[in-house]
Write a protein that binds this ligand. Structure first.
Ligand SMILES: Cc1ncc(COP(=O)(O)O)c(C=O)c1O
Length: 421
C-alpha cells in the first residue's frame, strides 16, 4: 500500500490499484476483473467509460477544454442547461454549474440565504452533503467528519430524519411525527420560522445509511416550507440521474423542491455539479454574489449531455426499476436466510442491507466489514454506509443486466452466509 494520499483518506475502502474499467466491470492491477456495485460512489450510472460519453468528451476536448462561464458561453453547457430544464424537479429552469456535489450544496445554501435575506438553515441527523465547510456544517452522518473543523456556519439546526428501523416509535406515522415535532420545538424555542432560509434534505439519505424519506413526511415538510416562506433544498447528488428509477428521487417520492443540488451521475464521472432552481427564484441571485473558474466546464457538460442521451436511449430509468425490484426481492430472501440481516431497504437501484447482531438491532459494523472483504476477494466491489458502517449499499451501474445482478447477488449472498452466527 502506498502512502501518497493525505491520511484523511487512508481509511477508505478498498484502495484497489486499478487498470481500467468498462460497463459494470473494473480491472485491477492484479489482472482480476471485478463486478462494481458502487458505481464510483454513484457517479457511473451509465457504466464506466460508456463509449458515447467518452466520444462526446473527446470531441469537445479537441475543440476547447476550458471556457469559464460568464467570460464564455460554451455550447455544450448551454445545451445541458436546456436539457436539464426538461427533467429537473421543482420546474427548475435556471442552473449554476460547479464541479462537485459539495459545491452544488454550497450554491444552494448561498442562493437560499441571498434570496430570502434570512440566515438559518435546518438539516437532518444522518445527512451527508460533502466536505467543504458549508456542506460539512450540514453533514451529521458521523461526528468524525466534523472533527476539529469548527466553528461551523452559525445558525444551523438539526432535527431527526425519519428512520423507522432505528426509531422507538411504534408506527411510521409516529416516526414521521417525531421529526415534525422536532421542527415544531425548534420554532417554538430556538429560531422563528421567519428567520429560516432553507431546509436541506436528501430524499434518500446516502452516507447516512440508505434511509428513504417517507412520502407523507416530505409532504408535511413541503407544507411547513410553504407556510413560512422557507425554501426546500433537496440534495440529489447521490439519488439523481436515474438511480431511483426516475430522473430524480424527488419525482420518485413525489415532492416539489425549490432548489435542487445535483452532481455525480450528471456526467458519468467527469467533474460537474449544479445548483438548480426556477427562474423567479434564481433570477434574484445578484450579479457577482457567486462564481467559479472551472464549473460547467465544456468537456464535462459534453459528457453530461451524452449521459442524458444514454439514459434515455438505453431505457435506464426502466432498467433501474426492473433490476432494483428484482434485487430487493432477492435481498428479502437473504434476510429470511440470515439472522444478521436486520433490514433491507431500497428504491430503484438504490438498495442496501443493514447488518445487526443476531437477535437484536445492535448495529454490526464488524460483520459488514468482513462481508465487504469476502466479497472483494470473490470479485465484487461493495461500499458501506450508516453511522456505524453497519449497512452495505448495492448500487451497480444502471446498465446492469439480469445475469450480472445474479452474479453479484450470489457473491454477496455467500459472503453474508459465511458469517458464523
Ligand atoms: C448526498 C451527497 N451530497 C453531497 C455529496 C458530496 O459530493 P462531492 O463528493 O462530489 O463533493 C455526496 C458525496 O458522496 C453525497 O452523497
Amino acid at each position: 500500500m502506498h502512502d501518497l494520499w493525505a491520511p484523511c483518506l487512508s481509511e477508505d475502502w478498498p484502495n484497489l490499484p486499478v487498470e481500467r474499467a468498462e460497463g459494470v466491470h473494473i480491472v485491477g492491477h492484479d489482472g482480476k476483473t471485478y463486478l462494481d456495485f458502487v458505481s464510483g460512489f454513484g457517479a457511473s450510472n451509465v457504466g464506466h467509460n460508456h463509449p458515447r460519453v467518452i466520444e462526446a468528451a473527446r470531441k469537445q476536448m479537441e475543440r476547447m477544454v476550458h471556457a469559464p462561464l460568464g467570460m464564455f458561453a460554451p455550447e455544450p453547457t448551454l445545451r445541458l442547461a436546456w436539457e436539464l430544464g426538461k427533467i429537473t424537479p421543482g420546474k427548475a429552469d435556471m442552473f449554476f454549474f460547479g464541479n462537485s456535489g459539495a459545491e452544488a450544496i454550497e450554491g444552494g445554501l448561498k442562493l437560499a440565504r441571498y434570496v430570502t435575506g434570512r440566515r438559518a438553515i435546518i438539516g437532518f441527523y444522518g445527512g451527508f452533503h460533502g466536505r467543504t465547510l458549508g456542506a460539512a456544517t450540514l453533514t451529521t452522518s458521523k461526528a468524525r467528519y466534523r472533527d476539529r473543523q469548527g466553528p461551523f456556519l452559525p445558525e444551523t439546526y438539526y432535527v431527526r430524519f425519519p428512520y423507522p428501523y432505528r426509531s422507538n416509535a411504534p408506527t411510521l406515522d409516529a416516526v414521521i411525527q417525531e421529526s415534525l415535532d422536532d421542527i415544531d420545538r425548534l420554532f417554538r424555542h430556538v429560531v422563528l420560522p421567519h428567520d429560516v432560509a432553507a431546509i436541506l434534505l436528501e430524499p434518500v439519505q446516502g452516507e447516512g445509511g440508505y434511509v428513504i424519506a417517507p412520502a407523507a413526511w416530505l409532504k408535511a415538510l413541503r407544507e411547513i416550507c410553504d407556510r413560512h416562506g422557507i425554501l426546500m433544498i433537496v440534495d440529489e447528488v447521490q439519488s439523481g440521474f436515474g438511480r431511483t428509477g426516475q430522473w430524480f428521487a424527488s419525482q420518485t417520492l413525489g415532492v416539489e423542491p425549490d432548489i435542487v443540488c445535483m452532481a455525480k451521475g450528471i456526467a458519468s464521472g467527469f467533474p460537474l455539479g449544479s445548483t438548480a432552481a426556477r427562474r423567479e427564484l434564481m433570477g434574484k441571485w445578484g450579479p457577482a454574489s457567486h462564481g467559479t473558474t472551472y464549473g460547467g466546464n465544456p468537456v464535462s457538460t459534453a459528457a453530461g449531455l451524452a449521459t442524458l442521451e444514454v439514459i434515455r436511449s438505453e431505457g435506464l430509468l426502466e432498467n433501474a426499476r426492473v433490476q432494483g425490484a428484482y434485487l430487493m426481492e432477492a435481498l428479502g430472501r437473504l434476510k429470511a436466510e440470515s439472522p444478521i440481516v436486520g433490514e433491507v431497504r431500497g428504491v430503484g437501484l438504490m438498495t442496501a442491507v443493514e447488518f445487526v447482531v443476531p437477535g437484536s438491532k445492535e448495529p454490526n459494523g464488524e460483520a459488514a466489514s468482513r462481508i465487504l472483504k469476502r466479497a472483494l476477494a470473490a470479485g465484487l466491489i461493495l461500499y458501506p454506509c450508516g453511522h456505524w458502517s453497519q449497512t452495505i449499499r448495492l448500487i451497480p451501474p444502471l446498465v446492469i443486466t439480469r445475469d450480472q445482478v445474479n452474479q453479484g447477488l450470489e457473491i454477496f449472498r455467500q459472503a453474508v452466509l459465511a458469517e458464523r452466527v
